[in-house]
Each structure stands twice: as C-alpha cells, then as structure tokens.
Design a protein around this ligand. Structure first.
Ligand code: PLP
Length: 448
C-alpha cells in the first residue's frame, strides 16, 4: 500500500470533510526549506499561509534546528509542577519584558485552544476569589474564533465549527463586532471612530455585574476572513473594562509575534490586556506550545495556603516543555538581534504594493485589506454591492485546488484568500506568490 492510501486508511485529518479527499488526496510532505515544502513526488509548494499562520522564519530553519539540537542533548522535558527548566525561565523573563505593562506572570499550556481555556478559567476564578461571584459570564464578538475546545468554541462565533455543539457550550454574551468592509455606519476607515463600539458599550453597561471577561482577537479577526478593525475599538474597550472591573483577554495567538507589524497587536492601540494568549509564532511553527500571561493583580488573588482552595490547579502534561521553550527563546533572540519588526514593516509595504498592482482590477476581488505581513483578498460575486459568493459554491476551495497544481498553498477562509507568508520571504518570492494566486483565480474565472 502506498503512503497516500495508508494515510487515508489510518488518519482522520483536521478541519476536513474526509470525503473531499476522494478527489483531492492528502499531499505527503517529505521536507521543507525556507518558504517551500516538497512532497514525496518531488513537487514543490510555496507556503503562502505559513502552515496555518505559525511558521515565521521558514521551514527547517538552521538556527532554530540547532537550538533544538542543543536542548535535546540536555533535557527534553521535565514535570513542570515544582520543577522548572532553564529555557522556560529565560523565556518567561523575556516575555514579561517585551509584552504590555500589566503582564507579569507566564502560565504555560500546549496549544492555542488550551491557552484560551486557561484564560477563561483564570478570569472566572479570579472574580470568585475576590468575592465578585456574580461575575461568571464572558463576552465575545460576532465572527470571533478562539479555537475548538468547548470553552474556546463557546466564546467563538463561527457556526461552521460550533453549531452542532451548542447544547454543550457555555452561554456567552455575543456582541456585534466591527465589519469595516461592509460598515453599517458607512464610514471610511480614515473617519472611523469605532462607532460600532456602541454594541459593546450597551452590553457592558447593562450586564457588567455578571461579566468576568471580554475576549477579543486584537486588530484582526483572522478566521472570520482577516477582518481588520480600528485600534480605537480597543482603546474604548480598555476604558470601559477598567471602569467595570472586567478583564480583557487578548487572544494574540494568530496576530502576536510581529504579524501585524508590531510585536503584539495590542500595541497598535497602546493598551494592555489583563490576560494575553500566545501560541503559533511563539515557537515559529516548530512545536506545540502556548502561554497565558497575566498581571500580578490576578496572580496575587490565587496566592495563599494550599488548604484555602485558592490555587489555580490547571495543568497539562507538557506544560513548560523544555524543547518548546528552547525554540521560543531562540525565536525571541532572533527578533531582537535581527531587527525582525523593522524588516516586517519594510517587506509589508512591498508585498502590499505588489498585491495591489497585480490584483486590484480583478473583477472578483471586492477588497484587498492588509496590515503587516497579512494581505487578504475578499472574493465577491458583485463588486459594487459587495455581494458574497454563496458558500456552497466553494469558490475559495476551488481556487485552492488550482493553486496546489501550480505549486502554491493558499488555503482560503471561505471566499477570502490571503497571503500570510513566513517573514523570510524576499521580493522574487512575493512576486511568484502573487502571480500564482492571480493565475489560479484567473483559471477559475475562465472556467466559470
Ligand atoms: C485567534 C485564534 N485563537 C485560537 C486559536 C486556536 O489555536 P490552536 O489551533 O493551536 O488550538 C487559533 C487558531 O487558528 C486562532 O487563530
């Protein structure tokens, strides 16, 4: 039996209708180098989405590889309760130094969704500890995505992932969030004062006694289709949450680590959340790890004698994994030594220019939106009225399949195509990436 048949015999792939694999077989990757991955038949694919937005410095990066090798010869993993390890300590010190002001303690988990679970529990438990027992509820934005475990699904709002599980989910207060492309206030980005914050304002004013935390993806709602919104929204949120003793949980899992042109997306608004979740870029796409950072104010509420029952007893076997921490530490050193943020901002200007030059006049492209090294393209049926293509037509998925034949991994979100390339991308590769995407869209248009 060949590898593809064996894969289909034994593996249930994520985020997939397995029947689709009858037509599009799993692509078995043998190696990666820089921006490219190579399958067992020698085909090459440009990884335009950084393998689900996590690979920052290319595949099989020599510097990160040797950080792993160095660590593996010392200690791979050790229980993290009552024990610690050197890279975890050094990493935590650095994280506290570079993250917004309030964040002074680091709690380790092992993937993005788990980090969100930790954040929700931490916030809820905090309010229980300080005698505000009524504060039990969470607020999430429309179209939010925070992962797939039950708590994370509950605060998210994408029906395609959560609808069937509704009977199992926590009842969350849902607030209509920003929608800048189809702004109901008809405001241009330049004159926006986040008028849409009125929905959040109303919900918090009316329910603040019951609310423990508001969870948000700062500046850009990724899985919603890379919906970018104004930092003013976050500023207003900070003011109101301070007023009502509501925690802000910033889910920076997708946007942290330079993706938006700042180390953390909250920096665009100059705000500090009470809790921040990081994953993906944390280990540059190498190892599953996440951290939840919080303030001393929250941390101190859990501090006491064991028998007080105050402790936060959450744990994961792989908390503080030494290999993950060694990689994460090396990643932060790279950011510092190689002026990565400056490099991202230079490359961001160039990539956005190329994307606009090549794709603006395409009849199917309603909007090109960009921030940092994210460029998203929303495909619409009718450009003038911004009418979306019906989901059943799976236009994005069809373009993705064409792209694969041409040697590019696009993996759209519905009908939103996007470029989230590794930061090592150079001009030639940007041009190749945009050209392959352009040709894929054109081929789909020609066959429609
Ligand atoms: C904003 C956000 N939060 C949480 C998650 C969940 O992370 P994970 O897939 O590691 O569980 C994701 C994943 O894409 C995400 O984009």
């Amino acid at each position: 039996m060949n590898l593809v048949d064996k894969d289909l015999k034994y593996i249930w792939h994520p985020a997939s209708q397995m029947k689709d694999y009858e037509d599009l077989k799993p692509i078995v990757i043998e190696k990666g180098e820089g921006l490219y991955i190579y399958d067992i038949d020698g085909n090459r694919y440009l990884d335009a989405i950084s393998s689900w937005w996590c690979n920052l410095f290319g595949h099989s990066n020599k510097r990160i590889n040797s950080a792993i090798m160095n660590q593996i010869n010392k200690i791979e993993h050790v229980i993290f309760a009552n024990f610690s390890n050197i890279p975890a300590i050094e990493l935590s010190e650095r994280l506290v130094r570079i993250t917004p002001d309030r964040l002074e303690k680091v709690f380790f988990a092992d993937n993005g969704s788990s980090a969100v679970e930790v954040a929700l529990k931490m916030s809820f438990h905090y309010h229980q500890q300080i005698g505000k027992e009524k504060k039990k509820r969470f607020v999430g934005l429309s179209d939010a995505y925070h992962g797939e475990t039950l708590g994370a699904l509950s605060v998210g709002d994408l029906d395609r992932y959560s609808k069937v599980y509704k009977p199992l989910m926590i009842d969350t207060l849902r607030v209509e969030g920003p929608d800048c492309y189809r702004c109901p206030y008809k405001k241009h980005r330049d004159e926006c004062n986040s008028e849409c914050f009125e929905h959040m304002d109303k919900t918090l004013r009316e329910n603040h006694e019951d609310i423990s935390a508001v969870i948000i993806e700062p500046i850009i709602q990724g899985a919603a289709g890379m919906k970018i919104y104004s930092p003013i929204y976050l500023k207003k949120l900070r003011v109101l949450c301070d007023k009502y003793d509501i925690n802000i949980i910033a889910d920076e899992i997708a946007v942290g680590y330079g993706r938006t042109g700042k180390m953390f997306a909250c920096e665009h608004a100059g705000i500090s959340p009470d809790i921040m979740c990081l994953s993906k870029g944390l280990t540059a796409g190498y190892l599953p790890m996440s951290v939840v950072m919080t303030s001393n104010k929250l941390y101190n509420a859990f501090y006491g004698d064991y028998n007080d029952g105050k402790a936060f007893l959450h744990s994961h076997t792989y908390s503080g994994n030494a290999l993950g921490c060694a990689v994460a530490l090396e990643v932060l050193k790279m950011f510092e030594e190689d002026n990565v943020i400056e490099m991202i901002n230079k490359k961001a200007l160039l990539l956005n220019k190329i994307v606009k030059e090549e794709l603006s006049d395409n009849p199917w492209i309603g909007e090109i939106r960009s921030i940092g090294l994210i460029n998203a393209i929303e495909l619409v049926k009718d450009k003038k009225n911004k009418d979306p293509f019906p989901h059943e037509e799976r236009i994005g998925y069809e373009i993705y399949k064409i792209g694969l034949k041409k040697g590019i991994v696009l993996r759209p979100i519905g009908n939103v195509l996007y470029f989230n390339p590794p930061y090592i991308i150079e001009e030639d590769e940007m041009r190749e990436m945009v050209r392959l995407c352009k040709e894929s869209i054109k081929e789909k248009i020609n066959h429609s």
